[in-house]
Design a protein around this ligand. Structure first.
Ligand SMILES: NC(=O)c1ccc[n+]([C@@H]2O[C@H](COP(=O)([O-])OP(=O)(O)OC[C@H]3O[C@@H](n4cnc5c(N)ncnc54)[C@H](OP(=O)(O)O)[C@@H]3O)[C@@H](O)[C@H]2O)c1
Length: 159
């Protein structure tokens, strides 16, 4: 099973200059809790922005150019990365935009954190046809413990 996990600003932005634009502790904890113990698949630029493999998860980096990244497995395509794991395993596609664009065709589930604020950035979540997805869960917050704007955790399954 292939799941996308992403945090998206109200205006579609997900990052700028290869970094995140907000710090929402609740979202960091949600990401950790949801992905821990599962494989995570990411694009090489997202790996660069993290700077290290995520602990307690098998890290796969998709790249046409990199040959070795300490603590990670390299894949040359999304298909090659997904084929490394049994079908019953929940695999998380953790970004960025280039890899989300590929993954939207094959994903079964999307965990999306809606950040209810506009940000300026150079990277957006690709357009997706929400009518093909069913909202299964939503948990909304007026703000975070240290974050001033509303946000919500939503989970969609492909219809
Ligand atoms: N808000 C969120 O939830 C979230 C999550 C993750 C990332 N982000 C943000 O997203 C941005 C990074 O996204 P991005 O779209 O620029 O980069 P990306 O998707 O993380 O990585 C792009 C790289 O992946 C490799 N790649 C892409 N398509 C490929 C293919 N078909 N076959 C083989 N390799 C392929 C290439 O690596 P090589 O150049 O090595 O060949 C390419 O340069 C950052 O700002 C980051 O902070 C946000």
């Amino acid at each position: 099973m292939v799941s996308i996990i992403v945090a998206v600003a109200q205006n579609g932005i997900i990052g700028d200059k290869n970094a995140l634009l907000w710090h929402i502790s609740e979202d960091m904890r949600f990401f950790k809790r949801t992905t821990s113990g599962h494989p995570v698949i990411m694009g090489r630029k997202t790996y660069d922005s993290l700077g290290r493999p995520l602990p307690n998860r098998t890290n796969v980096v998709i790249s046409r150019t990199a040959n070795h990244i300490e603590g990670c497995t390299i894949a040359r395509s999304l298909e090659e990365a997904v084929a490394m794991f049994p079908a019953e395993e929940e695999i998380f596609i953790i970004g960025g935009a280039q890899i989300y664009a590929l993954a939207l065709d094959i994903a079964d589930r999307i965990y999306i954190t809606r950040v209810e604020h506009d940000y300026e950035g150079d990277t957006s979540f690709p357009r997706w046809d929400e009518s093909k997805w069913e909202l299964k869960q939503r948990e909304a917050f007026p703000c975070g413990e240290k974050y001033p704007y509303p946000f919500a955790f939503e989970c969609y399954d492909r219809k």
